[in-house]
Design a protein around this ligand. Structure first.
Ligand code: MRU
Length: 361
């Protein structure tokens, strides 16, 4: 069997956390660089501001970046309407802004998937700039809503894999903050917790940006889900001491053969889980699966500024002259992945067949 389809009883624990919201004035982004110290929303009003917000990680997480990109194209259209551009000039401007948005973060395929869905709308027939703006707004809202629904489905499917009173290890933040809402890996946690409140999460801190420490612990504490913070280098010890029954992570891009790009350190975790025979699951919507890419060696991996690893709270933590290497993601080969949990079911190896099949159902 290459994919599991089960009849499921929905178990939703609605999350109180919302990463982004489209309003008549712009897009409200929950500033993820300020969490958990400050819970503050930033109003984004232009496509250029949105591009910067994605680059600087005010908004982050593959599905959330995709939605932010789609909303960025609405902001571009609103700007064009304010300038009273003709329909042709408006189309040109939105395409230029889409190009800028596409230059922000290269690894998460959800961004390109969402921008392409919006580009198709831009190129459709309309009688007026206002009609184009309306259609873009409707499409972006649909992308956002469908992502929430996909996450809830992922949660339902994933919860069937969680043993009673399980210890669940996760890396980075694949939660409501990283998606339209509910989360992928944390969507599974939410659904599992709604059925069995005795589960327990271990959150990797996730150097260098600390998404696990700053975001995952905050998000789970907000929802009353038991969570223990560990540093990235503790997962071996945790598994050796049988504290982890299952590991679940999100994904930024999954290629046709099942290789998975996710936050740097995911590969280490997968290897340790493999050595300890702990099941290692990836949870992601179909918008994260890139069947056009054959395998993980082809995935563009973002490298980020040296300061992310050379400083803590602005203080240098290493010798001035040292060299740096700061890839934001790594690729876990499919052979270490027990299953890929999607909104259409759980794909099992061999992934070339099971992933392709998900797109046909
Ligand atoms: O650099 P980030 O914080 O955008 O990286 C996020 C991750 O790696 C997540 O695990 C991934 O995007 C999945 S989010 C549902």
């Amino acid at each position: 069997m290459t994919a599991i389809e089960k009849s499921l009883t929905p178990h939703f624990l609605s999350s109180r956390v919302q990463a982004l919201e489209l309003t008549p004035d712009g897009v409200n982004l929950l500033d993820q660089t300020a969490l958990p110290g400050k819970v503050q929303y930033v109003l984004i009003q232009t496509a250029q501001q949105m591009a910067q917000a994605i680059e600087t990680m005010l908004v982050r997480g593959a599905p959330a970046i995709g939605i932010a990109g789609a909303y960025g194209m609405i902001l571009s259209a609103r700007q064009g309407l304010d300038l009273q551009l003709t329909l042709d000039d408006l189309r040109k401007q939105i395409h230029q802004d889409a190009e800028r948005l596409a230059q922000t973060r290269p690894t998460a395929v959800n961004l390109f998937w969402a921008l392409n869905a919006m580009r198709t709308i831009v190129d459709s027939h309309f009688d007026s700039p206002a009609a184009l703006l309306n259609a873009l707004t409707e499409k972006a809202r649909q992308i956002h809503q469908e992502d929430i629904e996909a996450c809830q489905k992922i949660g339902e499917y994933g919860a069937t894999l969680i043993p009673k009173s399980a210890g669940i290890l996760t890396h980075c933040n694949a939660g409501a903050l990283a998606t339209g809402g509910y989360g992928t890996a944390l969507g599974v946690v939410r659904s599992a917790f709604a059925k069995d409140p005795s589960i327990h999460v271990f959150a990797d801190e996730t150097r260098p940006r600390l998404q696990g420490a700053r975001l995952t612990t905050w998000e789970l504490v907000e929802d009353g889900i038991p969570v223990t913070l560990v540093t990235d280098n503790m997962s071996g010890s945790l598994m050796q001491h049988h504290k982890v029954d299952v590991a679940i992570v999100g994904a930024d891009r999954i290629t046709a053969n099942g290789d998975t790009a996710n936050k740097i350190g995911t590969y280490n975790l997968a290897l340790i889980a493999y050595a300890h025979k702990v099941p290692f699951y990836v949870a992601a919507p179909l918008s994260t699966i890139d069947l056009s890419m054959d395998n993980g060696s082809l995935i563009p991996i973002e490298t980020r500024q040296n300061e992310e690893i050379s400083t803590i709270n602005g203080e240098l933590i290493c010798a001035d002259e040292v060299d740096y290497y700061n890839p934001a993601f790594d690729v876990t080969p499919a052979q270490y992945i027990t299953g890929i949990i999607t909104e259409k079911g759980i794909a099992l190896p061999p992934y070339r067949e099971s992933l392709a099949k998900l797109f046909k159902t």
